[in-house]
Design a binder for this molecule. Sequence first.
Ligand SMILES: NC(=O)C1=CN([C@@H]2O[C@H](COP(=O)(O)OP(=O)(O)OC[C@H]3O[C@@H](n4cnc5c(N)ncnc54)[C@H](OP(=O)(O)O)[C@@H]3O)[C@@H](O)[C@H]2O)[C@H](O)CC1
Ligand SMILES: [K+]
Length: 503
Amino acid sequence: MKILSAVQTREADAATLQYEEIDSLELMERAAKAFACWFENKFTPQEPVYIFCGPGNNGGDGLAVARLLSQKQYHVKVFVVGDNQNPSPDHKVNLQRLPQTIVPQTIRSVAELPPLHKNHCVIDALFGTGLNRPVTGLFAEVIDCLNYSGACITAIDMPSGLYTDSQTPDEATIVTAHYTVSFELPKLAFFLPQHEAFVGEWHVVPIGLNPAFVNDAPSDYCSVTIDDVRKLIKPRRKFSHKGLYGHALLLCGGYGKMGAAVLAARACLRSGVGLLTMQVPSSGYTILQTAVPEAMTLTDNNRKHISELPENMDNYSVVGLGPGMGKEKVTKTAIGQLLATCTLPMVIDADAINIIASSDKLKAQLPKNRIIFTPHPKEFERLVGASKNNYDRLQDMKEFCREYSCYICLKGSHTAICTPEGKVYFNTTGNAGMATGGTGDVLTGVLTALVAQGYSLEEACLLGVYLHGLAGDLALQKVGETGMIASDLTDHLPQAFMTLTNN
Ligand SMILES: NC(=O)C1=CN([C@@H]2O[C@H](COP(=O)(O)OP(=O)(O)OC[C@H]3O[C@@H](n4cnc5c(N)ncnc54)[C@H](OP(=O)(O)O)[C@@H]3O)[C@@H](O)[C@H]2O)[C@H](O)CC1
Ligand SMILES: [K+]
């Protein structure tokens, strides 16, 4: 699903009005209906609904929603904040359309706010995509009171005060919504970790913006949906043999960290690879052969660390490396040799990223269009450098991927996948239970398996990251967040694949 900027959203509105020959009031009515429908499914009419409206079309939406909810027996109160000297035209019309039973109250100071408490439902319709400066003064005081009240806040389109697609200044006051219901498409701000407390749980509701306009609008940002990844799945052939599904090589593990190699190996096997060879330090031989009998195991001459490559690299279709590897000098030398000689695609994680990040010489050896990096934010910072904020981090990631013609899966709540062309896809599966040791090793195994099977690097990133999160979501239903461990993900990978293939 494409992510448009605030400016593009306005253009999409205008295009919709033009092509569908409707007026802006009708589009607002569609938006209000879509929001009200979501709201009715979420909240019963038992509790009073307090709607706080600003001067623009976001406020207009709030007024239209008030009318629609009151028709559905909700007990609605409307508060128009500020002197409302210059309401938008559609705000004005919807104010007049309020039924007589709703008498809007103007809020000119916080002393005029109604008492609010935990059981109240608040709808935030102060500002949406038209916000053009930090919220201060009366609006900021009102937002502080709403946040402090503990009431359940649902934001229309955007939590008021948060910028749609650029860094919100530090001094700004922002609604901390429990839910945000966004029109037609998600906003870039929803995918950045520092906004979690403001956006809450977000949902997208369709309002019928012109599909041709949305399709043609240039954007570097997309979110990944189940339909996007379903299309990528390559069905297995009836007359199949293991040779058709690639031979992966995983260079993983170190003394005391063989578990990382086991997790990556199991995930690789659970993701459909034809054959898997593990190269591990010799102390890991028995562990690997016992824990993962399906994998072939080669032992390194070094007892504790990976220090060399297998003799014949021609046997393999892809190399995955990093989990549990450590940063020993011998390992760095082996990675140097790999980058200098290997012509295979590579999935590079964990300490392999740290080793490359610490050496300009290794960075200069990175082959073009053959590498997927899977850093967590700290590894990313070591590889790419520190960024001022998370928007700058997205820019820095795009520049790095362009410069090195590589892919990056920046792991997080919405893992961001960046391509060498500078396109960024945000994943939409996964949960906080996955924030535990070893889940990254699982991702390395999944991606390596997909590349082995002939998926392009981009397809492997989109599908693999989605499946990894989906396995976490399926595990969540069985074990919950707190007790989840990385092995739960490998256990649920088969079901994740089945969810995408419907069998
Ligand atoms: N396609 C869609 O998604 C549709 C969305 N709709 C809704 O419309 C809003 C966007 O409406 P818009 O009128 O453009 O903007 P806002 O309502 O967000 O705010 C604009 C008004 O707010 C004033 N403003 C802006 N920033 C501040 C601030 N920091 N403090 C005080 N006042 C502020 C601005 O006044 P100016 O002084 O700048 O002139 C405007 O008065 C979108 O989010 C959806 O909710 C449509 O309903 C349907 C299509
Ligand atoms: K809002």
